[in-house]
Design a protein around this ligand. Sequence first.
Ligand SMILES: [Zn+2]
Length: 274
Amino acid sequence: MLAVFAHPDDEAFGTGGTLARYAAAGGQVALICATLGEVGEISDPSLATPETLPEVRAEEMRCAAQILGVSELVFLGYRDSGMAGTTANEDPRAFANAPESEVLGRLVGLIRRWRPQVIVTFDPEGGYGHPDHIAIHRHTVTAFHVAADPVRYPGQGPPWQPARLFYAVIPRSLFRTMRRQLEAMGHAGPLEDLDLDKIGWPDEEIHLSLDVAESVEAKWAALSCHKTQFGPDHPFRQLPQEQARELMSREHFVLAWPEPETEVHLADLFDGLE
Ligand SMILES: [Zn+2]
C-alpha cells in the first residue's frame, strides 16, 4: 500500500496503526511526504529552532517510518504552506503553489515504480482545511488515475492502475468523544474552539473502521517520534493513556474509488483483492 500525505506526522494519527498492521503482516508499505512541515509548531524550544525544524522533522519522520515498518519513504521536498491566510502561503516554494504537472509527474513515477494495490490520502477537506492537505489530496486523486494512462508521463514507467483509493478520515464522533472526555477532566483544551457539527467526517459516511488495536503500541511509539508536534499540550497526551489508546485503536476510511454504488462492507483495505 501507498500512503500520501503532506507533513511528517500526518501519517501517524489517522493511518499509523494501519501502516504498521500491513507491514507486520508482510505487506510492502510506502509513504510519500510532500513537505518537511517547515512552519509547524515546536512543542519544546530545546528540540529545534525554526531554522533546524525541517531537518529535525525529517528525522522524526524517519524514526516513525521505521517503527511503523514503512519500507519506502520519499520526501517530495516542497515547503510547508502554513495554515490558510498566513504569509507562508505566498512562498513560491510552498507546496500549495507547486505546479500540478510537476507534482503529478513525481507521484505518477512513484506509483508506477511501486505498483501499490491500495492508495490512501487525505479527504477533500484535508481533515481540517490545511492548504497542503487539500493540495496533496487533489494531486493524489489525479495521480491515481493518470498513473494508469499510457499517454500521460510516458517517461515515468509503464502504466499502473491501483485497485482502490481510500481517504483516511477522522469521524465526527471521535472529536465529540474527545471533547467530552477532556471536559470531564476539567478542560476542553485545544478542542474548545472546534465546531463539532463541522469538524471530522460524518460517521454514517465512513466505509471502513479498521481495528488496529494490535498495532496501537507501534502507533503510539511512532507518534512519540514526532516530538516537536506531539508535546505535552497535545490533546492525546492530556487524556489518560487508556482512553487515548482506545480512541487510537480504530482507523477510519472512505472508499473513493471504485466509487461505491451500493453499501460498502469491507473487512479491511485489501478485502476481496487478489
Ligand atoms: Zn499536516
